[in-house]
Design a protein around this ligand. Sequence first.
Ligand code: PEP
Ligand code: MG
Length: 330
Amino acid sequence: ERARLARLRHTPAVTLDGERVELHANIELPVDAVAAVEAGATGVGLFRSEFLFMNRGGELPGEEEQFLAYRAAVEAMRGMPVTIRTVDVGADKPLDRMSASELRHEHVLNPAMGLRAIRWSLAEPSMFRQQLRAIYRASAFGKVRLLIPMVAHLSEIRQILESVKKVQQQLTDAGRAFTKVELGVMIEIPAAAVMLPLLLQHVDFVSIGTNDLIQYTLAIDRADEAVAHLYDPWHPAVLHLLAQSIAQSRAAGKSVSVCGEMAGDPAFTDILLAMGLRSFSMHPSQIPSVKQRILRADAARLARLMPDLLVSEDPQRDAELAFSLQKGVT
Ligand code: PEP
Ligand code: MG
């Protein structure tokens, strides 16, 4: 089994009909990049930078500490892309010591809909620029991509681009090296999925965060046990938003990836391939089993099943039936 997994690690993820698929890793700390390389990841699709900010008492990491962490991840990936997401704090990922503006919002009723992720970063401009400077400085050591969580408004992208411009000028003035960094946004709020063609005109890539996209589409708190049975990735509305987002990104010539739990669950590999997805990001431990599904898949045949599945009353049942039939293993 170990030998088989080791062989699999060096096998590129290519479907039976020759479609190449990127399998990237989700990491929380730079040391996780080691496991990512060992699992055969071809990049980091999601570095959840908020883990540098959590569980550390009062002190938040400054530019230098962040830079060292990002550089460590970039160097561990040896030239493969590292997608660093700016802090996604709030809601399920609170800071120990909230900043001044966060404290003003201490008693919010719906933290999932509150001042979190990019909203928090834009409310803390000096903290945001500090993080951007650390990310840009790391770009001198490998291929860095910048990913923004929970975007819902075009005005947020405009503000981000302004901060980026300012930070680039600051680094240039300080004689700090940096290279081109692609800008991407996460699609995890239905509004962003619905207006994706507009967003795509301003960004280089998108990454679909299905964990939150499902939560906000179905109005199901992803951490609430009482409604966990209604948290359904197979819900037709979720599939519809996913299929549409992947198709629109591809049509715009922009790279699109899924980095939520669906990407790392082999039960969804076939349907994501059917939608045209060619980039998955997941916990490193999931890479071998997702790769095995890809190696056995015929992407063109899967794609032909998609129109029927999008109008199905029970997509999960119909997908399982259709996918097993097309493999001839009923
Ligand atoms: C997501 O929402 O799918 C995602 C990848 O981000 P997180 O799970 O960190 O909220
Ligand atoms: Mg999310």
